[in-house]
Design a protein around this ligand. Structure first.
Ligand SMILES: [Zn+2]
Length: 174
């Protein structure tokens, strides 16, 4: 399913049939509007005529277990894991959306040569900026870690199944 997030910015969402694309498109736009104006202006500038494609997906190439989002190295595609988006609280989903947008803002990691040290540093800087922009990154991490704990105790269940379980058991959040 293809949905327009913003016609003006040319932002399009590709949503898996299982994901709630309409809800996510709305949340994405809400998150975008919470970014500082100068950050938004820089991003729109960087994107030019080629804004990234946003994906709400059940899987993607290179997704590892527990990965809830990913900004492709070339920043042309930004991925969000639909089962996690369905289960996370609103503040956590917005922090997740912001996290991948900040990666996109900071540009391709490959440019200066990939290393794990650099990847780790990139995560720290991204975390810092997401919090600085007013999003609850800590909440996102807590919710993901809580589920990882449960996953650890339950054994080898796919994270997709665990998120689906969390989504059903959750009361009043989201
Ligand atoms: Zn990251």
């Amino acid at each position: 399913m293809k949905l327009t997030i913003s016609k003006r910015l040319g932002l399009v969402l590709h949503a898996a049939s299982s994901g709630d694309g309409k809800r996510f498109a709305g949340l994405f736009w809400k998150t975008w509007l919470r970014f500082p104006t100068e950050v938004r202006e820089k991003l729109v500038d960087d994107w030019g005529a080629w804004p990234p494609t946003i994906h709400l997906a059940d899987d993607w190439e290179g997704r590892r277990k527990w990965m809830v989002g990913q900004c492709a190295f070339d920043t042309r595609d930004i991925w969000y894991f639909a089962p996690a988006v369905a289960a996370l609280s609103l503040p956590a989903v917005q922090a997740l959306i912001a996290h991948e947008l900040v990666h996109s803002f900071r540009g391709p990691l490959e440019a200066a040569g990939f290393s794990f040290r650099r990847a780790q540093e990139e995560e720290l800087q991204t975390h810092r900026l997401v919090s600085e922009y007013g999003f609850e990154h800590g909440q996102l991490e807590r919710e993901v870690c809580d589920l990882m704990d449960i996953g650890w105790r339950l054994g080898r269940l796919p994270d997709r199944v665990l998120w689906a379980l969390a989504s059903v058991l959750k009361v009043g959040a989201g």
